[in-house]
Design a protein around this ligand. Structure first.
Ligand SMILES: [Zn+2]
Ligand SMILES: [Zn+2]
Length: 262
C-alpha cells in the first residue's frame, strides 16, 4: 500500500510534469528524463570519485546506455578513462570464464576420448551465461529502475488522492506497452483494490481507443501505397509506423517519435 509520498517533491514534480501533456507516453517521458540525468551524472565530475568509479567498474553499462554516452559526445576523455578501468578489471574475470570453459573440454577429452560430455557443455553454457550477465549489467538501468519505482509509488498515491492529477491522467491518450505493464505491476504493489480497479478500468478504455485509432492509421499508411489513394490526404497516417513501434516497445531506448517538450 502506498503511504503519502507526495511530500517527496523530487519525485512529485517530475511525475506531474510528465502528465502535463496528453500525448503518449508520459512514463516514457519520465524514464527518458531520468536516464538523461543519470547519463549526465556518470559523465560529469562524479566520474572521478572513487566510490562512483567502483560502481561503474563493478557493473559497467548496457549496450544502449554505453552508446548513448558515446553519442552524446560529452566528456569522451572521461568515458575513455571509465572504459579503460572497466576493461582492465573485467578482462581477468572474462578470461577466467573462457579458460574454465576451455579447461573443462580438455579434461573431458582426456577422460572420455573425443566425446563431448554433458559437463563440458555445461561449462560452455555457464561461461556464456556469466558473459551475458556482465553484458546486460548496467548502473544506469539499475538506478533508473529504482527511481521509476519511486515515481510509480508517487503516481499511485496521486491517482488515488489528488483530483487535479486524476484529471491530467484522464486526458492522457495512452501508455506504451512496456509502461502499461509497469503501471499494472505498480498498482498491484502500491494501490488498494478499489483504486487499482479504477485504474485498470480507465486503462482498458483508454488503450482500446488508442490501439483502434493507431491500427486504422497504420492501415491507411499501407493503403496510401495504392495508386488510387495517392492524391487522398494522409490524415494522421504519415508517422503511423514510428508511432506504432514506439507504442509497442516504448520510446525510452532510442524511440522513433520526437519528444515535443525537448
Ligand atoms: Zn512508455
Ligand atoms: Zn542500461
Amino acid at each position: 500500500m502506498s503511504t503519502d509520498p507526495s511530500r517527496e517533491t523530487i519525485y512529485t514534480i517530475p511525475v506531474n510534469d510528465a502528465f502535463s501533456r496528453p500525448e503518449p507516453c508520459p512514463l516514457c517521458r519520465l524514464a527518458e528524463r531520468c536516464e538523461a540525468e543519470l547519463l549526465d551524472y556518470y559523465l560529469g565530475p562524479s566520474l572521478m570519485e572513487p566510490d562512483v568509479r567502483q560502481q561503474t567498474n563493478a557493473h559497467g553499462f548496457c549496450q544502449s546506455h554505453l552508446r548513448a554516452m558515446y553519442l552524446s559526445q560529452k566528456n569522451r576523455l572521461g568515458l575513455g578513462l571509465m572504459l579503460r578501468t572497466y576493461l582492465e578489471e573485467g578482462r581477468n574475470e572474462w578470461c577466467g570464464n573462457l579458460n574454465q570453459a576451455a579447461g573443462a573440454q580438455a579434461e573431458k577429452r582426456r577422460l572420455f576420448g573425443t566425446k563431448n560430455s554433458d559437463s563440458g557443455k555445461e561449462a560452455l553454457r555457464l561461461a556464456a551465461q556469466n558473459l551475458r550477465q556482465e553484458t546486460e549489467d548496467c548502473v544506469v538501468c539499475q538506478r533508473s529502475a529504482y527511481t521509476m519505482d519511486r515515481y510509480m509509488d508517487v503516481f499511485c498515491w496521486l491517482f488515488g488522492h489528488d483530483p487535479v492529477f486524476r484529471q491530467k491522467f484522464n486526458r492522457t491518450q495512452a501508455f506504451c506497452r512496456p509502461h502499461l505493464a509497469l503501471l499494472l505491476d505498480s498498482a498491484a504493489k502500491y494501490m488498494d483494490r478499489r483504486t487499482a480497479g479504477e485504474l485498470a478500468a480507465a486503462l482498458a478504455d483508454k488503450q482500446a481507443r488508442y490501439w483502434d485509432k493507431l491500427s486504422q492509421d497504420v492501415e491507411w499508411f499501407t493503403l496510401k501505397f495504392d495508386y488510387r489513394n495517392t492524391d487522398k490526404p494522409w490524415g494522421d497516417a504519415k508517422d503511423a509506423l514510428p508511432r506504432a513501434i514506439d507504442e509497442l516497445e516504448g520510446r525510452t531506448e532510442g524511440g522513433l517519435t520526437p519528444d515535443e517538450s525537448t
